[in-house]
Design a protein around this ligand. Structure first.
Ligand code: ZN
Length: 486
């Protein structure tokens, strides 16, 4: 076998441990001889650390290996060869590729025997483990830095410059950071981006602003004097947010926050509210939450799927089935509900299935009536006052009357309030009459608003499920129970 030896010694080791290159050489030559191998090359790196894989002799050995100049590498000890399991693993893969064996003269590491394959497996496992521990170590030190309020080597955030390792406000940029925070409660991030771009203000990277880069600023606690670091876990080389955040004060004596904590907190609150609205996609589903399932009584919520042929398929899912697992009703195409609803609202006096508008039957008081009652109460009060002053009634009697009047006034105020809140009957009638015509011209949000302002809920019964096949049919549904808003 054509054997090469590899030797390395650092100057420190030479002094302290007496591992001279010469001593290694003698040992290796003896070993090779005992195995019947011929040493055809001797690579030696002096004064290099094993951490450094750019060692010249090592590199020239690798290049010779690629030219298939030898069959086996002999080293004195593994730590002469490489420091990290990762590096070893890399080299072992390369050796395998060029069919080169590896042997340590003083250790069991050996790829010349049957156990060699196992050795590589173990090394691979170790390499993986090392990769993870390295990542963990990096992560630990980042965590530590964060706990100490130090930023993790990031470039300065917009609004600051790094001067002698310290974050110092950049007067020009700081002004715009404050602008962003102060505008945000009134303007959306997109608008602010537009305003800045219009003013010719650029980001740190000299780019135009986007809603994303505005929110990035708004989210960075550095502007209120804090450092945030997201806790990550590392598994198999992939890192994942754990959701734990470390937030600490910036560790810098002269650090100058650009906004106060209240302003920052307010921006976070607004951002959360706005993102909730943005994600509440049921805004676009007119029947979401209003339509209930006849099977289980739970509400339907809207969803969509992209159609293979293009466009979208809009449908409703029963929460009883998809959230609670207590129902088995199929999903229902929006079109089917729309059709059933609009059909049922066609006013036909002979059809008893038409929903009767019952909401005002409990007590119907019109404007005139309210006005009349208010005047009557006023007169009652004045009369009681007169009677009391003239000594015709006792103080107790007077107080009693006033109490009653006040109760009645309160009742009236409540009626007026309710009237203001509720949609008028006229509005409902007009709506019902025009719904068919108007429906298709309304956008989803307006449709939803219309449905919501009329119905508390309505219940959907599946009469005929979808027939699947080449041309799937719409399911037939019936709306069986209308609850109007009162
Ligand atoms: Zn259901």
């Amino acid at each position: 076998m054509r054997c090469v030896i590899y030797r390395r010694v650092s100057t420190d080791m030479q002094r302290e441990e007496g591992f001279s290159l010469q001593a290694q050489k003698l040992r290796l030559e003896a070993y090779a001889q005992s195995q019947g191998w011929t040493i055809i090359e001797d690579y030696s790196d002096e004064g290099f650390s094993a951490k450094n894989i750019e060692r010249p002799a090592l590199q020239s050995m690798i290049s010779d290996m690629k030219q298939k100049k030898f069959d086996i590498i002999l080293v004195y000890r593994l730590d002469r060869f490489v420091r990290s399991v990762l590096d070893l693993h890399e080299l072992l893969i390369l050796m395998e590729q060029y069919d080169v064996k590896f042997k340590s003269a003083t250790e069991v590491f050996d790829t010349t025997s049957a156990t060699g394959r196992m050795f590589i497996t173990i090394i691979a496992t170790l390499a993986q483990w090392e990769r993870e521990t390295i990542a963990e170590r990096v992560f630990e030190s980042m965590l530590k830095r964060s706990e100490q309020g130090k930023r993790n080597g990031a470039p300065p955030p917009y609004g600051y410059d790094i001067i002698n390792g310290n974050l110092i406000p950049n007067i020009d940029e700081a002004k715009w950071v404050r602008y962003i925070f102060h505008r945000y409660p009134i303007n959306g991030s997109q608008n602010i981006a537009k305003q800045l771009n219009k003013k010719g203000v650029k980001t740190k990277k000299n780019e135009v602003w986007s809603d994303f880069s505005i929110r990035y600023i708004l989210r960075n606690p550095i502007y209120a004097g804090f450092v945030r670091w997201n806790h990550r876990t590392i598994t198999g080389g992939k890192s994942k947010y754990t959701g734990n955040e470390v937030i600490t004060k910036v560790d810098q004596d002269n650090f100058e926050p650009l906004v106060d904590q209240e302003t920052f907190a307010e921006a976070q609150k607004i951002m959360k509210e706005r993102s909730n609205i943005a994600f509440r996609s049921d805004n676009h589903y007119p029947f979401s939450g209003v339509a209930k399932c006849a099977n289980c009584g739970k509400p339907f919520t809207g969803a969509f799927k992209k159609r293979r042929k293009g466009g979208v398929y809009r449908f409703y899912k029963c929460a009883g089935r998809f959230k609670f697992g207590i129902c088995d009703i199929q999903t229902i195409a929006e079109e089917a509900i729309e059709k059933a609803l609009l059909d049922s609202l066609v006013i036909d006096n002979n059809d008893s299935s038409i929903p009767e508008v019952e909401l005002f039957q409990e007590e119907y008081i019109d404007e005139e009536e309210i006005h009349k009652r208010t005047q009557q109460l006023q007169i009652k009060k004045e009369r009681a006052e007169e009677l009391y002053i003239e000594g015709n009634i006792s103080k107790q009697r007077y107080q009693k009357i006033i109490e009653v009047v006040k109760d009645e006034e309160l009742e009236l105020t409540e009626i007026i309030q309710r009237k203001e809140e509720e949609v008028s009957q006229e509005e409902i009638e007009t709506f019902l009459l025009n719904l068919l015509d108007e429906w298709s011209q309304l956008d989803y949000a307006s449709q939803k608003h219309a449905i919501r302002s009329i119905f508390e809920s309505f219940t959907i019964e599946l009469v005929e499920p979808t027939k699947h096949g080449a041309t799937p049919t719409l399911p037939v549904v019936k709306i069986i129970d209308y609850q109007f808003k009162v």
